[in-house]
Write a protein that binds this ligand. Structure first.
Ligand SMILES: [Zn+2]
Length: 128
């Protein structure tokens, strides 16, 4: 249910961005500390988006790592979880940044020339 609340928050942001246009794809950045189940979030988004401009849109989740800056060696490292010690020097004076944000990064709307239909699209991702 964690994912459902997030899906609704994402949907609200998507709808605002879309401004009435049909949404084909939405991309969010989710901090790793949120421990989002990507599949669960995708399903929740699908359900929440039903009947909205984002109906049928694909949700892409980019997981953001935590950034740790060491106060001893001043190196910045990224991690997929909270660490207690610097992996470089073993120092414990770590400044933690990010990893807990949920941000709508971009949306792709259906061009007005295209009529949204029920034709299946090739799910292949463009490079990049
Ligand atoms: Zn260090």
């Amino acid at each position: 249910m964690h994912e459902f609340g997030m899906a609704e928050a994402i949907l609200a942001a998507v709808e605002q961005c879309a401004d009435g246009r049909s949404v084909r794809r939405a991309r969010v950045r989710a901090g790793v500390l949120l421990r989002i189940g990507e599949a669960a979030l995708g399903r929740a988004f699908e359900l929440a988006a039903d009947g909205t401009v984002a109906e049928g849109a694909r949700l892409e989740v980019v997981v953001d790592p935590v950034r740790l800056t060491c106060g001893r060696c001043d190196r910045t490292t990224t991690s997929d979880g909270l660490m207690a010690v610097c992996p470089v020097c073993g120092g414990t004076d770590l400044a933690i940044e990010g990893g807990d944000e949920l941000v709508l990064e971009s949306i792709e709307v259906v061009e007005t020339a295209e009529v949204p239909g029920d034709s299946r699209r090739d799910p292949a991702d463009p490079p990049g």
